[in-house]
Design a protein around this ligand. Structure first.
Ligand code: MGD
Ligand code: MGD
Ligand code: SF4
Ligand code: MO
Length: 713
């Protein structure tokens, strides 16, 4: 048996593992001694590999290009040349007729790796001639990237994941590590064991809340008011670090004026948190030697998210809790390579290495390197703007790589309308999924395990992942597909291997320049910035309190709290918040096709509901129930839970039948354009005839599986 060292393809923790291979078939997985996981894996690492063997439990692997010349026809299998010729012809025609900005492309935060993201954004910019390239960071930690860039000049985690366990105080907001990043959760537990104080801000009693010293169970959607009151209390008690503020920051006076209004008594009218708890929390945060703030989607998936991120960064500036080990900001990135897709410039405003497209010197540098006369200077569309841009007649074609917007984006009905109205949709993936059914052309790619490259873990960590088996079927690596397409535009975007791509991109990005394949292999991982051959990489940022803003100072920010867009009312009296399932991953194409994980939890998915709400509605545990918003209605199973407060329910977004995005609202943060997945209003109903509903569920599920090419027993 052969053991191939690689990196887990699920969450952004970046655990290293071995794939066990026999006769070109993956037969198991074992933990490796990576810097993050040190010889352990969570359940997805252990059991999340047999989708590679095309189990057809939920959907089938894509194994041949498919195409239809007319939307009324079904997709049929074709040879690669026919598929790629057609894609090139249609994209050229659309560019000719409407201009390059009528075409949108995505990178992918999943199995494909950094090299594909680099090649894809180069294709969109140099070949198509648009900055319309984006990916799922937009619906995820986009506000962290935008907010932290404004405060500190850099949008990533300031410290590494292993540093978490040596913090003296952890302030954790809207982040459920136990389910989202189990091997980060391990570091939180170790911190606790080493004596750290843990403060959790979450409306649900998460595992971190359960082990915390202080749990602030705030009202859903009230983060900004609470963060302002944190600052108010620090200043009222004179716990701020005046020396740090004087030497390393800007904008303090304005900031102070705004937070002055947010006395804990006033904030309580919005957050529901007692003033004494706010004071206790800030006493711990300010008096601990090294305090580290961690946050997740409970901060970023709101219409007011960038502001809250800036508020959290400002707490660091107020207290000097940054620029040293185990102290700073930790927006713990979600997908295995979402940090990487951002690092590679699969974003509408920056080239690889976060170099702005609006800067003429950057444009000239990349134009020269890529052998084109000029590059577009206008910031492109975000993926969440797609439905609106299609409705406005501005977007006509969408080239989607490794994303499932029909399942993952908010307000599914609106998204389906956009996918239908687009003139041309190209879909490049490893599995059939909901989005595939809207495609004109399907391009099948190799999966994680069948190709190699570099992923960036959540803490700016470059790690090599490797090919373990040859792919079956007529599939190609993502970057090779894009290269073959570019040829049809008379542009050479072909490379010998991923290392050749990597060497080109690091030569264009000063902060990655020293991170060669050789160094990543030798060290096991390299954290950027890594600027020279001698530089081993950087654990924590902002040493000496020098920030990366133009003035090199940190920039304070506070603003008024804004309420979520859709508040509960008589017709829709309950708050819906959407979160994650521990054993399944995002749109579930991969975990849903793994035997060990598929058996753990299945359709239609759960609604976490308080005992009181369930009793009032006559709903029993495990019963099917109905959840309806102004945008849609779905069936799901009740999970009566003492972790949630009456008045708010929680659904996980992994389910195709209990699909919570039929219900969610696309209220976007004005800066990052991230949707408010964490808040909309719904009504809940019991279902009288449970036997009939269970039968209906089986019928719907079997039909869905057949449509996805799964085997229905
Ligand atoms: N098993 C599994 N793991 C995953 C994923 C998966 O699909 N499955 N997805 C990955 C991805 S893409 C990501 S981005 C990460 C995300 O992982 P997390 O950032 O942990 O995201 P969520 O679980 O969606 O939400 C986090 C918490 O926010 C809380 N919350 C809700 N509203 C509020 C509020 O108003 N204020 C505050 N302070 N908190 C609130 C919720 O109760 C929840 O506990 O997980 C990654 N890991
Ligand atoms: N309601 C609600 N919705 C949410 C969220 C929420 O909290 N609530 N969270 C949001 C967040 S944080 C995120 S990040 C998004 C995630 O949303 P998506 O990015 O749509 O989710 P994934 O399942 O990761 O989709 C990735 C696709 O990539 C494919 N894929 C995997 N590996 C490869 C590869 O090597 N090559 C190619 N070409 N394809 C590959 C998979 O088969 C899958 O179809 O969902 C968002 N949606
Ligand atoms: S914690 Fe994340 S990276 Fe580690 S094994 Fe689990 S899913 Fe994979
Ligand atoms: Mo995410």
């Amino acid at each position: 048996m052969e053991k191939v060292l690689t990196v887990c393809p699920y969450c952004g923790s970046g655990c290293q593992m071995y794939l066990l291979v026999e006769n070109n078939k993956v037969v198991g997985a074992e933990p490796a001694n990576g810097a993050i996981n040190e010889g352990e894996l969570c359940l997805k690492g252990h059991y999340g590999w047999d989708f590679l063997n095309d189990t057809k439990i939920l959907s089938k692997r894509l194994t041949k290009p498919m195409l239809r010349y007319n939307r009324d026809e079904p997709l049929h299998e074709v040879e690669w040349d026919e598929a790629l010729d057609y894609v090139a012809d249609r994209l050229k025609a659309i560019k000719e007729k409407y201009g390059p900005d009528a075409i949108m492309g995505t990178g992918s935060a999943r199995g494909t790796g950094n090299e594909t993201n680099y090649v894809m954004q180069k294709f969109m910019r140099a070949v198509i001639g648009t900055n319309n390239v984006d990916h799922c960071a937009r619906v995820c930690h986009g506000p962290s990237v935008a907010g932290l860039s404004l405060i500190f000049g850099s949008g990533a985690m300031s410290n590494s994941i292993p540093e978490i366990e040596n913090a003296d105080c952890l302030l954790i907001l809207g982040y459920n590590a136990a389910e989202a990043h189990p091997l980060v959760a391990k570091r939180i537990i170790r911190a606790k064991q080493k004596g750290a104080k843990i403060i959790v801000v979450d409306p649900r009693r998460t595992e971190a809340a359960r082990i915390s010293d202080l749990w602030l169970q705030l009202n859903n959607g009230s983060n900004m008011a609470l963060v302002n009151s944190f600052a108010n209390v620090i200043l009222a008690n004179n716990w701020q670090n005046d020396k740090f503020i004087g030497s390393f920051t800007e904008g303090f006076d304005e900031y102070r004026k705004t937070v002055e209004r947010y006395t804990p008594e006033y904030a309580q009218t919005i957050t529901g948190i007692a003033p004494s708890l706010v004071e206790e929390a800030m006493k711990l945060y300010t008096h601990s030697k090294n305090s580290f703030i961690l946050w997740g989607m409970g901060v970023t998936q709101f219409g007011q998210a960038v502001d809250v991120v800036r508020g959290l960064g400002s707490l660091c500036l107020l207290t000097g809790q940054i620029g040293k080990p185990s102290s700073g900001v930790g927006p713990v990135r979600g997908q295995n390579n979402v940090q990487g897709a951002c690092d590679m410039g699969a974003l509408p405003n920056v080239y690889p290495g976060y170099q702005a497209v609006t800067d003429a010197a950057n444009r000239n540098k990349f134009a020269k390197a890529w052998g084109v006369e000029k590059l577009p200077d206008k910031v492109g569309f975000t993926i969440t703007e797609v439905p609106h841009a299609v409705a406005a007649g501005k977007l006509k074609a969408f080239y989607i790589i490794g994303e499932d917007p029909a399942q993952s984006d908010p307000d599914s009905a609106g998204l389906r309308k956009a996918l239908t109205e687009l003139e041309f949709v190209v879909f490049q993936d490893i599995f059939m999924n909901k989005t595939a059914h809207f495609a004109d052309v399907i391009l099948p790619a190799t999966a994680w395990g069948e190709h190699g490259g570099v992923f960036s873990g959540a803490d700016r960590r470059f790690q090599r992942f490797r090919k373990a088996v040859d792919a079956k079927g007529d599939v190609k690596d993502d970057w090779i597909i894009i290269g073959e397409l570019a040829k049809r535009f008379d542009y050479d975007l072909t490379y010998k291997d991923t290392e050749e791509i990597w060497n080109e991109l690091i030569s264009l990005c000063p902060s990655y320049a020293g991170a060669t394949y050789e160094k990543i292999e030798r060290q096991g991982s390299v954290l950027w910035p890594c600027r020279t051959p001698e530089d081993p990489g950087t654990d924590y940022l902002f040493k000496g309190n020098i920030f990366q803003t133009p003035s090199k100072k940190g920039i304070f920010f506070a603003t008024e709290w804004r309420s979520p867009a859709e508040m509960p009312d008589e017709d829709y009296p309950t708050v819906l918040c959407t979160v994650r399932e521990v054993g399944h991953y995002s749109s579930r194409t991969m975990t849903g096709n793994c035997w060990g994980l598929a058996k753990l939890a299945d359709e239609p998915g759960y609604v976490q509901i308080s005992e009181e709400d369930a009793a009032r509605l006559g709903i029993e545990d495990e019963q099917l129930m109905r959840v309806t918003s102004r945008r849609g209605s779905v069936m799901a199973r009740a999970k009566i839970s003492d972790r949630v407060k009456t008045g708010a329910v929680y659904m996980t977004y992994q389910w195709w039948i209990g699909a919570c995005n039929e219900l969610t609202i696309d209220n976007l943060d004005p800066i990052s354009k991230t949707p408010e997945y964490k808040y909309c209003s719904v009504k809940l109903e019991s279902i009288q005839d449970q036997a009939q509903a269970e039968q209906q569920l089986i019928t719907i599920y079997n039909n869905l599986k057949r449509k996805m090419g799964a085997i229905v027993s």
